[in-house]
Design a protein. Structure first.
Length: 101
């Protein structure tokens, strides 16, 4: 099942995350971005950041506390290193504003 695969796969390096700690990077879409998301949940297509392609993201539900705090998406990674690399690449990507929290 695709949803289960995405939950166990680091969005940055692709490593299996079924055991161990998880790290997340919160972000919101730039208000000028043409990116729109119509569904809540995991998606895998359409996102390239830096030299990485097919990055999956978790779309935050409209009624969730995170959404009320301005978070649109979460990137789930397997390590602090992957989260840091992702944050650095997000700084260069004008489609997103990383919240860095």
């Amino acid at each position: 099942m695709l949803e289960q695969q995405l939950k166990d796969e680091c969005c940055w390096c692709g490593s299996n995350m079924s055991s161990g700690d998880l790290w997340s990077v919160e972000a919101r879409f730039n208000e000028n971005s043409k990116l729109t998301v119509k569904e809540e949940g995991y998606i895998k297509e359409g996102f390239s950041i830096g030299n990485k392609e097919n990055i999956w993201i978790l779309i935050i539900g409209k009624k969730s506390p995170a959404k009320k705090q301005g978070v649109d998406i979460l990137f789930i990674t397997c390590s602090k290193r992957c989260a840091q690399e992702l944050r650095e690449n997000l700084k260069e990507d004008l489609r997103f504003h990383s919240l860095f929290t």
